[in-house]
Design a protein around this ligand. Structure first.
Ligand SMILES: NC(=O)c1ccc[n+]([C@@H]2O[C@H](COP(=O)([O-])OP(=O)(O)OC[C@H]3O[C@@H](n4cnc5c(N)ncnc54)[C@H](O)[C@@H]3O)[C@@H](O)[C@H]2O)c1
Length: 437
């Protein structure tokens, strides 16, 4: 714990002379790299995607949560630069890994991005370096996969180099909670790793929570995201139940959330989206299965949530039926396709499933989403249409999949189009043409 290498690292962190490398400059890595740079560290951002590297070096932000002016300021000040040259990792004191952790088609964890990033780190690992994994993953990844790869050249974790896992909890589009004020969980591969990583984050975020191991830190993140997936599954099931019983589920949730303790509101919708909630619980259930344990809540929530796009299409069918029309041949306009409000992220967006199911049933499709100018659908490219123009063309039905703030909902309700509202975007507006989830 008090080795010279460790003390030197702690001193460099305390005086902000530690050079920080962030691998993977996406939704997680870029905000983190900018925050380190803003707080006075010298930061190198590493990405295999040359276009991201060029944009960073030109001071152009491609992540909505990273304001252009902030990125530009740290690049101009020489505090942040992008590179694709992994050999430069050798010059870093701290390396933070923020690469994707998707699923394979079989829904098993795909650690290939992590493995490639760790291979690059291992190739030039130096005594005294601190390596932190931030990518969401199953408990055991850091000590079973990352640590042996790094130790393969003879250096020992927590003695020669330092290792930690610190889950990223950023919520894209959230204006209140950002990298700086979201508490950071840190679990090291040993006490020296925990201490070094905690001191590093304490110099850039408001609160750091030390936990006893990398496994605990990995599990914290999966608990958080599984909690969301399961509760969203519960309200989605409640929404279907309420529909059968002719009860407004949104009114029920709004009233229930007035309870000042013991209840937290979750909302139904067209299905799960993004890089976290639809994916992370599968990392946990996969690892649990390796240990002979079946995660029944995760499976059940997955079944309910993944069936939601079907229910949305069913509502479209019910809406059209009131006008004696079928989905087949109708012009259906999808409003919002990003996976959530006010972001441009399309990953796992349930709108893609809704589009696919509607098209299989013969609908003619169009969409509006100012955050997503075009998207690939069924081998063709669809282009976003201005919502006003789309409504002027009088589609047979409009489906709100994502309730972006910029949409003119009054104009939508003021027209004579049938509307399926999967997000309660038209709350407090009454019309026989509105069909809620
Ligand atoms: N997006 C979120 O809201 C969010 C929130 C919390 C945690 N996470 C987790 O953070 C991790 C990263 O997610 P993201 O959303 O930032 O992904 P992303 O796809 O936006 O960014 C990942 C970046 O890593 C780069 N990359 C891939 N392999 C690389 C390699 N070997 N070397 C260098 N660069 C490489 C990619 O080119 C890409 O730019 C994932 O594990 C995710 O689960 C994401």
């Amino acid at each position: 714990m008090t080795s010279t290498a460790h003390q030197t690292l702690l001193d460099r962190i305390a005086t902000k002379r530690a050079r920080i490398g962030v691998i993977g400059l996406g939704y997680v890595g870029l905000p983190l790299a900018v925050e380190f740079a803003r707080q006075g560290f010298d930061v190198s951002g590493f990405d295999v995607d040359g276009s991201k590297v060029s944009q960073i070096n030109a001071g152009q932000s491609y992540i909505p949560d990273v304001p252009q002016a902030e990125l530009c300021a740290v690049v101009k000040a020489g505090r942040l630069r992008g590179t694709s040259d992994m050999a430069e990792l050798a010059g870093m004191d701290v390396i933070d890994i923020c690469v994707p952790t998707p699923l394979r088609k079989t829904k098993d964890p795909d650690l290939s991005y992590v493995v490639r990033a760790v291979e690059a780190v291992a190739a030039s690992l130096k005594r005294g370096q601190l390596i932190i994994l931030e990518s969401t993953t199953y408990p055991g990844t850091t000590d079973e996969v990352v640590q042996p790869m790094l130790e393969s050249r003879g250096l020992k974790a927590d003695a020669d180099f330092f290792l930690a896992f610190s889950p990223e909890r950023v919520d894209p589009g959230n204006q209140t909670y950002t990298t700086r004020n979201i508490p950071k969980i840190v679990g090291g591969g040993g006490p020296a790793g925990t201490e070094a990583a905690a001191r590093l984050y304490e110099s850039v975020v408001e609160r750091v929570i030390r936990v006893s191991s990398t496994r605990v830190a990995e599990m914290v993140k999966l608990l958080e995201n599984t909690f969301r997936a399961v509760n969203i599954g519960l309200v989605n099931e409640l929404a279907l139940m309420c529909h059968k019983m002719d009860i407004d589920v949104w009114e029920v949730i709004d009233a229930a959330k007035t309870k000042p303790f013991g209840f937290m509101p979750f909302y139904p919708g067209p299905g799960l989206g993004g890089h976290c909630i639809p994916i992370d619980p599968h990392y946990l259930s996969w690892k649990a299965r390796q240990n002979g344990f079946e995660c029944r809540f995760i499976e059940l929530a997955g079944n309910v949530n993944s069936a939601m796009p079907e229910h949305v299409v069913e509502r479209v069918s019910e809406a059209l039926n009131t006008a004696r029309k079928s989905i087949n041949g109708s012009r259906v306009h999808v409003i919002g396709v990003a996976y959530k409000k006010d972001v441009n992220d399309m990953r796992e967006s349930p709108a893609l499933d809704v589009l696919e199911l509607l098209s299989k049933r013969g609908a003619q499709l169009s969409y509006s989403d100012p955050f997503v100018p075009e998207l690939r659908h069924g081998g063709a490219t669809l282009h976003s249409v201005d919502l006003g123009e789309a409504l002027a063309a009088k589609p047979d039905c409009a489906v709100i999949c994502t309730d972006h703030t910029v949409f003119d909902y009054d104009a939508l309700v003021g027209g004579d189009t049938l509307i399926v509202d999967t997000r309660n975007a038209l709350k407090n507006r009454q019309s026989p043409r509105i069909f809620r989830l």
